[in-house]
Design a protein around this ligand. Sequence first.
Ligand SMILES: Cc1cc2nc3c(=O)[nH]c(=O)nc-3n(C[C@H](O)[C@H](O)[C@H](O)COP(=O)(O)OP(=O)(O)OC[C@H]3O[C@@H](n4cnc5c(N)ncnc54)[C@H](O)[C@@H]3O)c2cc1C
Length: 397
Amino acid sequence: MDFELNDTQRMFRDMVREFVANEVKPVALEFDQKPAPEDCLPLEAYRKGLAQGYHQMVVPTELGGMGLDAVSTIVILEEMAAADAGYAVTWHVNNVSLTMLLNMGSDGETRQFVGEILAGEGGVASLSTTEPDGGVTSALLIDPANFVFRTRAVPDGDHWVINGAKSFCSNAGLPFSKWILAFCRVNDKTGWPSTMPFVIPPDTPGLTIGGEENKMGHRLSSTRALLLDNVRVPKMNAIGSGGRAMSGGKRRTPYDHDTAIAAISVGCARAAYEEALAWAKSREVLGRPLIKHQLIQAKIADMYIGLEAARSFMYRTAAYSDTHDQMDVRLSRAVKVFASETANRVTSDALQVLGGMGYCKGSITEKCFRDQRVTPIYEGTNEAQRISIAQLIDAAM
Ligand SMILES: Cc1cc2nc3c(=O)[nH]c(=O)nc-3n(C[C@H](O)[C@H](O)[C@H](O)COP(=O)(O)OP(=O)(O)OC[C@H]3O[C@@H](n4cnc5c(N)ncnc54)[C@H](O)[C@@H]3O)c2cc1C
């Protein structure tokens, strides 16, 4: 088994590493510390990212995109997250929204709505499943036969009319947001047969996009609540049959959203590790650098072991997605849980190595500690992921 990146993957890694070193890292701490969440979004760095084509990573070449393999996308996300996890998650949410569209939509639907993302200077998509009533994002992992969304879509002539509320919708508040893919209930069945995703442009009458959530981390990303009051969308905006990929349809992109969260976790933790390592080498205690003291050595070694294990695991999972018709869902959920919890430990250890400096604003590690904390929560909580993994193991026996 070959764990080496190929020439193209290395090229993307180096290009993105250089881009974020110049455009994101120098401004990340400053934007993170702005008191009003609306002011924390580095719009210039996002616009420059659009110019680099970061919004088209998963779009197949025949539709005008970069058509990247899953390994390339996680290599890119690790580099972005090493500069700022919120910056990385913005592109990830666009990737996952487009992936849903590409893998569930008809040819006409994908051409139309991918075209809107690529048009002009480009834009980003959002994905909305979470609802304020709670539990649905866990239920769709744990109880796929019985979960239901409360947000309802009802057919009305050539349109659908949508009513309800959604929470924590990433990207919806960005000025170059093109559409939100909102999952709604469309009948009285349960589970996936009760559900369809709808493309909703942000300026649709009846859609209210709330203010920015005042988050403890990921402050450079946009996260907003949605209120849907008789939102009317054309029939074409109802995507596919609500389960094209899940029912075995051929995937148009191998993008693996759980492995992407692993990559964001690894990148964010790597940034904290690198700061802690530099600190341990330069700071002297009892006449020797910290790194010469055994208890600090143990932390440096544990951080290194955790990062290498998580990165190897995510390469394996992404490589699986690239070489198989369908993802191994159990493996993908496992890498998300493993990498997010590893990164929580790594950022905590890094903070400990920095001592009081690590607890103060201005250290990269302090920011990474906050940024990292959400990865066991979003994209399916690790509790729900664990229950789902056990169910899949049980079903395979
Ligand atoms: C920064 C950020 C960005 C986000 N971006 C998006 C986005 O773009 N789109 C989107 O749709 N959502 C997004 N989310 C929402 C995120 O996915 C949810 O917050 C997450 O899935 C948890 O859902 P919840 O908040 O409703 O918690 P709840 O479902 O209310 O869960 C609360 C707690 O109970 C546990 N729990 C729930 N059910 C069970 C059970 N059956 N057994 C055991 N434990 C259980 C959970 O694991 C959790 O610990 C984002 C959230 C954040 C913070």
